[in-house]
Ligand binder design. Structure first.
Ligand code: FEO
Length: 403
């Protein structure tokens, strides 16, 4: 039978059989401008094993790819590294349609798979850190990676070929025809890997640092890292690069870069943002100015990943922070960035509470306020713009002292 979709051979025993979601633009609130992939892998042992699956709507695509390698009836085992539905969603369909003997998952994974799909304890089998699984001609060991990025997450390491199936970790939302990182434009790789880290893993940075510290103790001879989103790392320098980036992003050391975000009703807060940016530049800081009419929350946190300062401008609307600004600030709060300094500013009409609310929110996020928020009624005067410039200069000076 002919098939619309092909598998991609990674080695004699390992095939990529996932799905490419070219049109994905929203991954639970994260703008995925370049789509994504859901990587599933087929490992040919005596017990043919499927590592992770795809969203349910891509089940047919995955099965089509599998059929180019084997008869799906030969699949006996599934290893579920993570129960979020972009990877587990097709598991119940595979189990229903084929003769699957066991689904292996971490202790929390078994719980979560039952809570999602009621797969039942007969088919589910728990594996823990240090456990091994021999599928006949291929051996796996497991490392639980709790909270990276769900409590159930784990890595499966295929020892004979040194392939680390890392699930979400080291992934990126990037739909490409290329299967390997070294075939993709390095700037796109860096940007999308950073965007993924900022939006998915930033708030879990202490756990990332702990994992990176412990990883050498597992004595894994890693020849390839195969995440569940985006291309695969096969060259030693690319493997080292992504580990170095994770270390850098998790440490969040302050830099000389300032991110300025704002929205505006009648261009007054926009003028104030420009004056703040000018002060930052004059003070020697690098500036990324992001009007929220165009910039998405997920792009803002990506820029914040290697920044040392956040400056936020908001008009006051109905005594509150302007809705687009409140949305982004709420998102930033959940991702818990560290080591930032900052400040707020904004124009208002008959009352001006936005900067007061913003300053309180920034203190909650543990952003060190360099000055109290600057508010101005209606259109900013020269003095008001000078105050904004002074804020920029003060933040740039603070960055020099901490960077
Ligand atoms: Fe790609 Fe946490 O799922």
């Amino acid at each position: 039978m002919s098939n619309a979709f092909s598998a991609f051979k990674l080695s004699d025993k390992v095939y990529w059989v996932g799905a490419i979601d070219w049109g994905l633009r929203n991954f639970h609130g994260y703008r995925t401008s370049r789509g994504s992939t859901y990587n599933a892998f087929l490992v040919l042992g005596e017990k043919v094993t499927l590592i992770d699956t795809v969203k349910p709507k891509f089940y047919d695509e995955m099965m089509s790819r599998i059929r180019t390698v084997i008869d799906p009836a030969e699949i006996k085992y599934i290893i579920s590294n993570h129960s979020e539905m972009d990877h587990s969603g097709a598991i119940p369909l595979v189990v229903k349609d084929w003769n699957i003997e066991k689904v292996f998952a971490s202790p929390k994974g078994v719980e979560a798979l039952n809570e999602h799909f009621e797969l039942g304890d007969d088919i589910l089998e728990t594996v823990k850190t240090g456990d091994t699984l021999d599928i006949g001609g291929a051996t796996f060991s497991f490392i639980e990676t709790r909270m990276l990025h769900w409590p159930d997450s784990m890595f499966a390491f295929y020892a004979e070929e040194g392939i680390l199936f890392s699930n979400d970790a080291f992934g990126m939302h990037l739909a490409t025809a290329e299967k390997y990182i070294d075939e993709v434009d390095p700037w796109i790789v860096r940007y999308e890997a950073a965007k993924y880290y900022a939006n998915i893993l930033l708030h879990l940075s202490p756990i990332v640092l702990n994992l990176l510290k412990k990883l050498p103790s597992y004595n894994l001879d890693i020849k390839m890292i195969a995440p569940d989103h985006g291309p695969i790392f096969r060259r030693p320098q690319d493997i080292q690069q992504i580990l170095n980036w994770y270390q850098e992003w998790a440490e969040q050391k302050p830099t000389q870069k300032a991110v300025v975000i704002y929205d505006t009703m009648w261009e007054s807060t926009a003028r104030m943002a420009s004056a703040v940016a000018d002060g930052l530049i004059a003070g020697g800081a690098k500036v990324e100015l992001m009007p929220l009419e165009g910039a998405h929350r997920s792009d803002v946190v990506t820029e914040l990943l290697d920044a040392g300062a956040l400056l936020v401008g908001s008009p006051t609307m109905n005594n509150q922070i302007y809705p687009t600004v409140a949305d982004v600030m709420n998102y930033i709060k959940g991702l818990k960035p560290k080591n930032l300094v900052g400040g707020s500013f904004g124009s208002h009409g008959w009352s001006g509470e936005a900067t007061k609310h913003l300053d309180a929110m920034m203190e909650e996020i543990k952003i060190e306020l360099v000055k109290p928020g600057i508010i101005h009624k209606y259109v900013p005067t020269k003095d008001a713009l000078m105050a904004c410039r002074e804020l920029g200069l003060a933040v740039a000076a603070k960055l020099k002292s901490v960077g």
